[in-house]
Design a protein around this ligand. Structure first.
Ligand code: AMP
Ligand code: MG
Length: 525
């Protein structure tokens, strides 16, 4: 056994011992009851497998592996689902979920398998999954596969968000095969043959709101309690197991962490795309990357998913959707609550909007180099900026970045240099002079020097984010087996706050190319 395999000697042992596992071990699509997992083996590809990329930082700091592991053929086979270290008990998780507002019943890991958990040198417990590794009992009508384009997007975005400081699942490695996978990308009858890929992805837990919902709605209350107790014990250790209100405290914590996550998304111009309850983690990390998008020019109504006709998951609606999802979480927890706790949990939910606003103002304060809170003046200051950005279609990422790159005095002169292209767009707005005056007043009221403002802003406003056009370039090259661009993008996005000559040359901080606005992504993946 190679050294790295001994890492995983205990994998899959804990979850399968903690929770009821499906006694049926034959892998066919079905309704499953009274269990949390089904045993299922990844299905190896039939054709040549190529390693597209690894994340050095995920390998090193999460899995404690040396990145040169990527030259080990068994590691590549492992990521492709063709080789399991001994002792591994792969599992597919049974969950449900509300999709686009409606209860969808049983969903589950339809194309992901959990290889097991790993405790790293920091004592952190991580769960490893292969996504795209073949059919499971939860595949419904799907083929259990994931194509290269969506896998490149998930791989890059997980790592990009992590380096931006957003709680997220991680991606350690990505492989592609020559196995054909048929996809009608835009649901218009144009079916193309693509290639199957797998992402080795990592999270401290993959449990979702939908993990609890299915147990709750099916009356499987004993397992529901067991699962919530497990999550509290492992991930919310400050909540005592003897606390009679522990389930309300758990709910309070998830609500709080979810408001933080959503405020972070809103502060970075990130739209997840499919905020169903099955895609919302109980640890409030970003999971299940599908048709996500980062804003280019600021359009609050931006809908990243071309199939989301009603714009249910538009950028500006995400905070409300977070509330909807918390309401669904509360509903799932009700069988564990007495009347008083029901009322208490309702109060927690009623505080969601207030809590979210606090987080939002705090982050926007940091983005602007100020201390902002939920007071009328501060809220107006941010609202006016966003309205000007909307009216002028200023670039979201670069407007904030460039506000930190030039002095307030330069802004006040009004004739913003062309190099500072996004801010120049914004500065054409008729409210801009009044807004910069307001900015100056807030700074002096808070005793913040302009130099301090600029320095602090450069640490929180990224210069580079995974714009759709950047991901698209990486995908186009990867499709012809040139994986160098994927790796380059990854390396750049590992330092999103640091100006990098190569990124500048590639235009990552410039105006998006003309074709960027016509790019479409859908749920097809
Ligand atoms: P998603 O929108 O990708 O989070 O997927 C929603 C549900 O559909 C999850 O239960 C997935 O496991 C399942 N699913 C999505 N695509 C496939 C596929 N190609 N094969 C099997 N199941 C899938
Ligand atoms: Mg999902």
């Amino acid at each position: 056994m190679a050294e790295w395999e001994t890492h995983f000697a205990e994998t899959g042992q804990i979850l399968s011992k903690m929770f009821p596992v499906d006694p049926e071990e034959t892998n066919y699509v079905r309704r499953v009851k009274n269990v949390v997992f089904s045993r299922v083996y990844p299905q190896p590809f039939k054709t040549k497998v190529r390693l597209v990329a690894v994340s050095d930082s995920a390998l090193r700091y999460v899995l404690n592996m040396h990145p040169n592991i990527s030259s080990d053929v068994n590691f590549v086979r492992f990521v492709a689902g063709g080789y399991l270290p001994s002792g591994s008990t792969p599992l597919a998780h049974r969950y449900g979920g509300h999709q686009f507002g409606e209860w969808a019943g049983q969903l589950g890991d339809g194309r992901a398998v959990m290889l097991g958990e790993f405790v790293n040198m920091l004592g952190e417990r991580w769960e490893m999954q292969l996504k795209g590794s073949g059919r499971t009992p939860y595949s419904r009508r799907g083929d259990g596969r994931a194509v290269l384009r969506s896998s490149v997007r998930e791989f890059l975005c997980s790592e990009a968000l992590y380096h931006l400081g957003v709680p997220t699942s991680r991606a350690a490695a990505l492989v592609v095969s020559d196995d054909p996978v048929m996809r009608d990308q835009f649901y218009d009858g144009n079916v193309l043959t693509e290639r199957g890929a797998v992402v080795l992805r990592l999270a401290k837990s993959w449990f979702r709101i939908g993990s609890l919902e299915i147990l709750s709605y099916n009356g499987e209350f004993k397992i529901l309690r067991q699962l919530v107790d497990f999550v509290i014990h492992n991930y919310f250790p400050h909540i005592s197991s003897t606390n009679p209100n522990k389930y309300v405290e758990f709910f309070r914590e998830v609500v709080l962490q979810t408001t933080k996550l959503l405020a972070l998304w809103q502060s970075l111009g990130f739209a997840h795309g499919v905020c169903n309850t099955d895609n919302f983690s109980l640890l409030s990390i970003t999971i299940d990357f599908g048709p996500f998008g980062f804003l280019d020019s600021y359009n609050p109504g931006f809908v990243p998913n071309a199939s989301d006709d009603d714009g249910r998951y538009s950028f500006e609606k995400q905070p409300d959707v977070g509330h909807f999802n918390m309401e669904k979480l509360r509903q799932a927890l009700l069988p564990l609550l007495n009347k008083a706790q029901e009322a208490l949990s309702q109060t927690v939910l009623d505080n969601y909007a207030e809590e979210y606003k606090k987080q939002f103002m705090c982050l926007y304060g940091e983005k602007l180099g100020l201390n902002l809170s939920v007071v009328e003046d501060h809220e107006n200051f941010v609202a006016v900026l966003l309205k000007m950005m909307e009216d002028t279609q200023a670039d979201f990422t670069m407007t904030f970045r460039q506000l930190g790159e030039i002095s307030l005095a330069e802004m006040k002169i009004g004739d913003v240099n062309e190099e500072v292209w996004a801010l120049r767009t914004l500065s054409k707005h008729k409210w801009f002079p009044a807004w910069t005056r307001m900015y100056g007043q807030l700074l002096s009221a808070q005793g913040i020097s302009d130099l301090d403002r600029m320095a602090s802003m450069l640490n929180v406003n990224p210069r580079y984010v995974l714009r759709n056009w950047i991901a698209q370039n990486a995908i186009a090259k990867a499709k012809v087996n040139d994986f160098s661009y994927v790796y380059k993008v990854l390396q750049i996005l590992e330092k999103p706050f640091t100006e990098q000559p190569e990124a500048e040359e590639l235009g990552f901080s410039g105006p998006p190319p003309y074709w960027a606005s016509s790019l479409k992504v859908s749920c097809s993946s």
